[in-house]
Design a protein around this ligand. Structure first.
Ligand SMILES: [Zn+2]
Length: 1024
């Protein structure tokens, strides 16, 4: 019995390559449409078939001629790369001279009346390979069909390229008809379903990758981990597959690879149960032995890793690399043990740990039906990571520690891990200050506003739980535990006035979404009513704050103020326990008031002890570059009190994180969990053997058609496919997510769906054709406003069969983040995305639960050589998918970045303090021994160790800015006017602001891509 996913894959293959199958699953040997219009992959045309006129005129789809791979002879690469290819092939290496057992398959169609009749062909051949020198052999295997075998000596053995060639010449057809041959002649002389299967009598050898000589440690470690995921064959115009057990290689026009999901349960789960049980950890009198058991179990596993390596025959550099991997594991173990010893030696830490477990437990059991049936349990990595961080948090609380990166696949439960740490630390700070601590404990930052909404709600639930516990424990103090949302005043009201004027009317009318639409405890939707007296109303505008409360009398928190803050200025001033912020919301930092900066600590309140950066890989390009400079300002401000916050970050895809961290945070970063000696197991997670939990990746590359035609054919097939499944199996695949990399393609894909796909589905599959109502074809874009995004996300949850179930969702990279819809099982990529990280992140958005096994389709664009090479190496690429993640690229010390953002950063530090220096106005700051000079020193000291050019670039820009600042002060005072940091109206000179009336205009967002805003000509200041 085939699974629904297998049935869909088979349907796709039959529609794209052939033969067609009817709804009963029987092969159709007679079809009514022309086979060249029906099939788009696995076919080879008569040689020299010219491009159709309509293609010639569109320069976008004229194929680039491929240069050919190192191993492939260039003629087959060229031939298979043509718009109408006449050959496909495969290259592999054998270790010695041998005999090849070949099986060649193809099909032909010939016209009979109004139908096309199919004839399949299959031929076996045996070819001897001597490998003595360069040899080429061409064998006519059937009329118009040639087999070409090309052999040559290479490192590691004999490289063999076997190609199947359509030997018919277009020119001959033209000669026969004395002019342009009719389309049907081309169709009848095209070969379909072409396939090669080869079993050599000698052993397959590995195709050598690039040398690792001089590669970074991390690249060597990755190469070592993936040492068994080797490439044994490369395709030409078709994908190559292999199987080492049968020692054979073959071509596949619609290749598929099952990429295993992960399991988070240890084989010893049962014996570790206590250490993972929230209830046990919260309530046991002696919970630490249970944690010791986790550490010793990990230790045992590390020993077994060493044993695995010892059995392999490794090169000396591999041995060193393996040793490094094991050392990192042991370091991870030491840090876990250190966390446990902190709990053992510090009674407040232990009590905080237990109460934090209690808070999380309370939160997990919040649903109104009472306790969940299963016992609340940590995943191994969650509790272990918490111990690692707790170990550092105690470090005399000086914060001389590294940043920690939680590296885990999407959906693994990273949020719970850091919410637990927030709970631990907020309790710790209350207990160790006799309940008086009133600063922000954790600052959690997101690169996109879209991500903050869900996190705000999750954090709100945590705070509700913490509040319920606080009320039972007077030692936790009087100030409520709260979470604040800090996303800038465009997205959330600045103050109560903005609520009344702008936001409340839109919430009431439903034009924009309320920051928390549902009760976080009982999930009942809030009533946002015009009449505040109405007992169903959940939202009250007070003197200086908004009160939200659940009005469901069955809810545990009915009529209690929800512990949240979302008025921007108020969040800064009242310092909620946790702040969920966007990076952008700090762009205005130099213009905040003194008491608002209290959010980041200072003299009056402690600085946050935890800074959480979710989705670290998104801090790349211009955004990461801008943020890296702002990080310096935050770093200065948050260390005024003498301590530095612990930075924890998370991601599912990262490479060279340490370089990124040095630029962003000015410190080292440690990745947790440490990698295993194979990618399948790192102790905290392991590759699953369950197919339902694994994603099936499938590649389609059409030939003889433009990418639009290809996309229409594939999208139509994928739209119709689910109708062939049993009704109860359709939901995961009913919504086709379409991923496009560029906004330009985006509009075209939506247009194709609305017109061409609809038309093709109707004409091909009537009367069983699927309806694709216009309003079920939806776009999800980063440029959508917040309430559009929320609406689309809500609609995505609507299950089949419902009239509003989305049929197709066209989206861009925005889906990589924050889209967590468990029912989604199908995503198609229109072209290979530009980055592998993007590909992994986006494809991880489907198949998140076993009930919706993920199916990922990539429609490769035949006219792009990059797409072709991903397709031809489909198996090799997917066998080690995570290996190919690219490092992020940020350049904070480039001229453009410094010009744009350094003024704001310099002013923020000078104004609000660095170490023990601060100033009341710009004149004082720039005076002798003033804070501006302290800021300069701080910024320069922070990047010691970076390349000299970057250091000099920063130094030069700082000198220029400080001189500029001095001249401006002189000029202002000579005119008798006072100087201020920010705009105070007419007659007062201001240093920074959002308009040109200030000396330096600052960016209102970290995503500004316009001209530099910081600099404008002034006085005699030299140009930089
Ligand atoms: Zn409620």
């Amino acid at each position: 019995m085939k699974t629904p996913r297998e049935q869909l894959y088979e349907f796709l293959r039959s529609e794209v390559v052939g033969p067609l199958i009817d709804p009963e699953g029987d092969t159709l040997d007679e079809i009514s449409s022309s086979p060249t219009e029906q099939f788009s992959a696995g076919l080879i045309f008569p040689q020299g078939t010219p491009l159709p006129d309509e293609i010639n005129t569109d320069s976008n789809v004229v194929p680039e001629e491929s240069v050919g791979s190192e191993l492939g002879p260039s003629d087959i690469a060229v031939e298979s790369g043509r718009f109408f290819p006449s050959a496909v092939g495969i290259t592999f290496i054998v270790n010695e001279p041998c005999v090849l057992d070949l099986e060649l398959r193809w099909a032909r169609y010939r016209r009979e009346g109004r139908k096309w009749k199919r004839t399949p062909h299959s031929i076996s051949k045996v070819v001897k390979v001597t490998g003595e020198a360069f040899e080429r052999e061409s064998i006519a295997v059937a009329e118009g069909v040639n087999l070409s075998i090309l052999t040559r000596r290479v490192a590691g053995g004999i490289a063999i390229t076997a190609s199947l060639i359509n030997a018919i010449e277009y020119q001959d057809l033209a000669d026969q008809t004395q002019g342009e041959p009719p389309r049907s002649a081309i169709t009848a002389n095209t070969l379909y379903e072409v396939a090669l299967h080869i079993a050599p009598s000698a052993k397959l050898s590995v195709q050598q990758g690039s040398s690792l000589l001089g590669a970074a440690d991390e690249d060597q470690e990755l190469a070592f981990q993936y040492r068994r995921a080797n490439t044994y064959a490369v395709g030409h115009g078709i994908a190559a597959c292999w199987d080492l057990e049968t020692n054979s290689v073959w071509t596949d026009a619609v290749p598929s690879v099952l990429v295993p999901g992960l399991t988070f349960t240890s084989p010893d789960q049962e014996s570790l149960k206590r250490g993972l049980s929230l209830e046990y950890l919260a309530q046991s009198k002696a919970p630490l032995e249970a944690l010791d058991k986790i550490a010793s179990d990990y230790e045992r596993w590390i020993t077994s890793q060493a044993a695995i390596v010892a059995t392999e025959s490794l090169s000396s550099s591999q041995t060193l690399t393996a040793q490094r991997i094991l050392d990192k594991q042991r370091l991870g173990l030491d840090r876990i043990r250190k966390g446990i010893s902190v709990l053992r030696g510090n009674a407040i830490a232990l009590k905080s740990f237990q109460l934090a477990n209690l808070i999380l437990l309370r939160q997990m059991h919040r649903n109104p039906e009472g306790k969940t049936t299963t016992e609340a349990s940590w995943r191994l990595f969650q509790i272990s990571f918490a111990l690692v961080v707790i170990g550092d948090l105690d470090e005399d609380r000086t914060g001389s520690h590294c940043a920690d990166l939680l590296w885990f696949p999407t959906g693994g439960g990273k949020t719970e891990a850091y919410l637990f740490l927030v709970a631990y630390e907020m309790v710790y700070r209350r207990l160790s200050s006799a309940g008086l601590d009133d600063g922000v404990v954790a600052l959690s930052r997101y690169s996109l506003r879209l991500l903050t909404s869900q996190q705000f709600q999750r954090a709100a639930a945590l705070m509700v739980a913490a509040e319920l516990i606080r009320k039972e424990k007077p030692e936790l103090g009087n100030k409520p535990f709260e979470v604040g949302l800090h996303v800038g005043q465009d997205a959330s009201p600045k103050d109560i006035e903005a609520v009344e004027k702008k936001f409340a009317p839109a919430w009431r009318s439903g034009d924009s979404e309320f920051p928390i639409p549902y009760c976080v405890w009982c999930t009942q939707r809030y009533g946002i009513l015009a009449n505040e007296q109405d007992p169903r109303n959940s939202f009250f505008v007070g003197q200086d704050d908004v009160t939200i409360m659940c009005r469901n009398s069955a809810c545990e928190i009915a009529d209690v103020k929800l512990p949240v803050q979302f008025l921007q200025a108020r969040v800064r001033r009242t310092r909620p326990t946790m702040v969920i912020a966007t990076l952008d919301s700090f762009a205005s930092l130099p213009c905040w008031s003194e008491d608002e900066v209290g959010m980041l600590g200072g003299v009056s309140s402690p600085a946050p002890s935890l800074v959480i950066q979710d989705e670290l890989h998104l801090l790349t390009g211009p955004l990461g570059t801008a943020d890296a400079l702002y990080e310096a300002a935050l770093d200065a401000l948050m260390s005024v009190g003498g301590k530095k916050p612990k930075i924890i970050a998370s991601t599912a895809t990262i490479k060279h994180a340490s370089a990124q961290s040095r630029l962003l945070y000015g410190r080292e970063i440690s990745v947790f969990p440490p990698a295993g000696v194979t990618p399948q197991d790192n102790y905290f997670s392991a590759a699953t053997t369950s197919e339902r939990d694994s994603r099936l990746y499938v590649g389609v590359m059409s030939v003889g058609a433009s990418w639009q035609t290809t996309a229409v054919r594939t999208m139509s097939t994928l739209a119709q496919g689910p109708t062939r499944l049993p009704v109860e199996a359709r939901d995961p695949y009913w919504t086709q997510v379409l991923y496009v990399s560029t906004t330009r393609t985006h509009g075209r894909v939506t247009g194709l769906l609305r017109d061409d796909v609809k038309a093709r589905v109707t004409s091909k599959y009537s009367p069983a054709a699927r309806q694709l109502p216009e309003n079920t074809i939806v776009e999800l874009m980063g440029s959508n406003d917040a309430s559009q995004l929320v609406t689309t996300l809500e609609r995505l949850q609507i299950k089949y069969p419902h009239k509003d179930t989305i049929s197709a969702l066209v989206t861009t990279s925005v889906i990589q983040v924050g889209v967590d819809i468990p029912r989604l099982g199908l995503i198609s990529f229109v072209g290979q995305p530009y980055s592998n990280s993007e590909y992994i992140q986006a494809s991880s958005r489907v198949g998140r639960v076993a009930a919706a096994p993920g199916l990922v389709i990539t429609m490769f664009n035949h006219s792009k050589s990059r797409d072709r090479s991903f397709y031809e190496s489909f198996k090799a690429y997917h066998d080690s998918l995570y290996r190919w993640v690219e490092p992020v690229s940020i350049t904070p010390y480039s001229v453009t970045a410094l010009e744009r953002y350094l003024p704001a950063v310099l002013v923020a530090i000078s104004r609000f303090g660095v170490r023990d220096l601060k100033a009341s106005d710009p004149e004082q700051a720039i005076g002798e021994g003033g804070s501006a000079w302290g800021a300069q020193e701080f910024l320069l000291s922070r990047i010691e160790g970076l390349p000299r050019e970057e250091f000099q670039q920063l130094q030069g820009t700082l000198e220029y800015l400080l001189r500029h600042w001095q001249e401006w002060v002189l000029s202002a005072t000579s005119k008798g006017s006072a100087t201020h940091w920010t705009s105070r109206g007419e007659g007062v000179a201001s240093l920074v602001g959002f308009s040109n009336s200030s000396l330096w205009k600052i960016a209102s967002s970290l995503r500004d891509v316009e001209a530099p805003v910081g600099f404008k000509p002034f006085g005699t200041g030299e140009r930089l």
